[in-house]
Design a protein around this ligand. Structure first.
Ligand SMILES: Cc1cc2nc3c(=O)[nH]c(=O)nc-3n(C[C@H](O)[C@H](O)[C@H](O)COP(=O)(O)OP(=O)(O)OC[C@H]3O[C@@H](n4cnc5c(N)ncnc54)[C@H](O)[C@@H]3O)c2cc1C
Length: 406
């Protein structure tokens, strides 16, 4: 069977695209270099934040409001709670003020009718005793948000896809996209095999600029540290005393989660500039400097965790687009090829709406939400526009900041 649609990559972009294109009647095959969920894939993890907050960016908030509804629906349809809506703590160092990420998120949430609770230092100290409320003394609590167990989501969606007749071919790296007269004809695998197809969707995450060199000037791969720590007193780190959080994130990069229901650890990570890395050849290791910065953050923020055992670290890769927005569009020169990638460290939460965005791009259907993800010219000095992103991690600042946090 020659598939209509050949999807390279079974991360969240690839799987949601496969399900939607299958539902629209296309014959779909998914290729991946390894098991699903793939251990090196960005989508594979114990948790990813699901928030509607994007600072002053109303388009992202509106899209996320729809995605959040989708997460609740998936919990029903998949028959398991993969999205945990146990609330979000968005804290700032010093009073929130206009132009700041937390303030602008709060203002927009109120404008759009979300019921959020403003927090002052006393309330933070009383309700969330693990926090240093002298430093984090303003912010808000949003009950509509939390985290998704991303690896389990990928496994569940892959199962759903198989049940719906989508074919999978696992175990071979796609070496190249094949073409005849400017029209894509399929993919060449590392073992030399050719898989023919009428249309190819590249959803290869951090491997995308390697597979499509014409995107290397707008997409960079960076490694971001992930830490799992084991608290001595787990009860202190469960809702309602502790929630998924952003700690003045656009100014520090730090965010984290309450204790994981299955893994019994607290995951903390940094949404910062990251370290440039080659996904195929470089070692993916969290270094001592990154561990030291975690300890410094904990000492300042969650003092009781400063010396807590670090039981796992991982360097996970972002496929960063220069402006921080996703890349979902048909190739302007290569017919029959669509790119769905460029997650830039924040795409997982959009999973319930990603599939229809990608399918609309493949089918050339007009969709206003696709405008910011279109194939676009970006000059090298482009700055990241995604408001949550901290852009100045010690000794590694790549671009000047766009949004101040106060
Ligand atoms: C540390 C970290 C924390 C994050 N936290 C959050 C968060 O809290 N909230 C949020 O919304 N987002 C978060 N993100 C972003 C989110 O995880 C990603 O944007 C998203 O998962 C990217 O999905 P993907 O499908 O593009 O890539 P991936 O999940 O990486 O999947 C790509 C797949 O393609 C396969 N592949 C690649 N190349 C080939 C090839 N040549 N041949 C065959 N197979 C191939 C790989 O094996 C892999 O399975 C985070 C990302 C990281 C790295």
């Amino acid at each position: 069977m020659t598939p209509d649609m050949l999807i390279i990559g079974s991360g969240i972009f690839g799987l949601t695209a496969a399900l939607e294109l299958g539902a629209r009647g296309h014959r779909v095959m998914v290729l991946d270099q390894g098991s699903i969920p793939h251990p090196l894939a960005a989508s594979t993890d114990i948790s990813k934040i699901v928030r509607v907050e994007y600072g002053p960016d109303e388009a992202y908030m509106a899209l996320m409001e729809r995605a959040r509804e989708g997460w609740l629906r998936w919990n029903e349809e998949l028959g398991q709670e993969l999205y945990h809506e146990d609330g979000l703590l968005m804290l700032s160092q010093g009073p929130m003020s206009p132009g700041g990420f937390t303030y602008e998120s709060y203002r927009l949430l109120q404008k759009r009718g979300h019921e959020v609770q403003r927090l002052d230092a006393d309330t933070i100290a009383r309700r969330y005793p693990a926090w240093n409320a002298q430093l984090y003394n303003d912010g808000y609590y949003n009950p509509k948000g939390g985290y998704a167990e991303s690896g389990r989501v990928v496994a569940a969606l892959a199962e759903l896809a198989r049940e719906s007749g989508i074919a999978f071919q696992i175990g071979q790296l796609v070496q190249s996209i094949t073409e005849d007269n400017g029209r894509v004809t399929g993919a060449r695998l590392a073992n030399g095999e050719h898989v023919a197809a009428r249309h190819v969707v590249v959803a290869a995450g951090a491997w995308t600029p390697w597979l499509l060199p014409e995107l290397r000037h707008v997409m960079h791969v960076v490694g971001q540290p992930v830490f799992h720590i084991k608290p001595a007193d787990p009860e202190r780190y469960r809702p309602p005393h502790f929630h998924t959080f952003a700690a003045a994130v656009s100014r520090t990069g730090w965010y984290g989660f309450s204790i994981h229901p299955r893994e019994d650890v607290i995951k903390i990570a940094n949404h910062g500039v990251g370290r440039s890395i080659d996904p195929l050849h470089d070692e993916r290791r969290v270094d001592d400097a990154q561990i030291a910065s975690l300890r410094a953050f904990l000492a300042q923020t969650l003092p009781d965790l400063t010396e807590a055992p670090l039981v796992y670290t991982r360097l996970c890769l972002y496929c960063d687009v220069l402006d921080g927005h996703f890349w979902i569009d048909r190739h302007p020169q290569r017919q029959g090829l669509t790119v769905a990638s460029g997650g830039s460290g924040h795409a997982f939460k959009f999973a319930p709406v990603l599939g229809s965005l990608i399918a609309d791009a493949v089918e050339g259907k007009p969709n206003p939400d696709l405008h910011r993800f279109r194939w676009r010219a970006l000059d090298p000095a482009t700055v990241i526009e995604e408001a949550t992103r901290y852009q100045g991690f010690p000794g590694n600042s790549r671009v000047s900041r766009k949004v101040s946090e106060a």
